[in-house]
Design a protein. Structure first.
Length: 115
């Protein structure tokens, strides 16, 4: 599956952005769809996950501020980011995985939060 992330940009602290991840095929059967982020020089960090049953999980650092959701007919996963902080600045990547087999990464989209 190919993943296309979009929606990044420059926003002031306290602002909001919504990232989108469009998949090339149905996401209904994909066990886990994730958003990761990476700051240059750091490891990639798992931010949020949505399962094929609709369950969600979040990193402690974003819980209560970010919301992951999906539009199954549109094969798209979203990351709504509110109350953004400068430390949320990173390249954000979408990721698809099943319990077994290969995993898939989209290209990153840059989010910059100014103070």
């Amino acid at each position: 599956v190919q993943l296309q992330a979009s929606g990044g940009g420059l926003v002031q602290a306290g602002g909001s952005l919504r990232l989108s991840c469009a998949a090339s095929r149905s996401i209904r059967s994909i066990n886990f769809m994730d958003w990761y982020r990476q700051v240059p020089g750091n490891q990639r960090e798992l931010v949020a996950t949505i399962t094929n049953s609709g369950s969600t999980n979040y990193a402690v650092s974003v819980k209560g501020r970010f919301t992951i959701s999906r539009d199954i007919p549109e094969n798209t996963v979203f990351l709504q980011m509110n109350s953004l902080k400068p430390e949320d600045t990173a390249v954000y990547y979408c990721h698809a995985r099943n319990n077994f087999g290969p995993t898939y990464w989209g290209q990153g989209t840059l989010v910059t939060v100014s103070s």
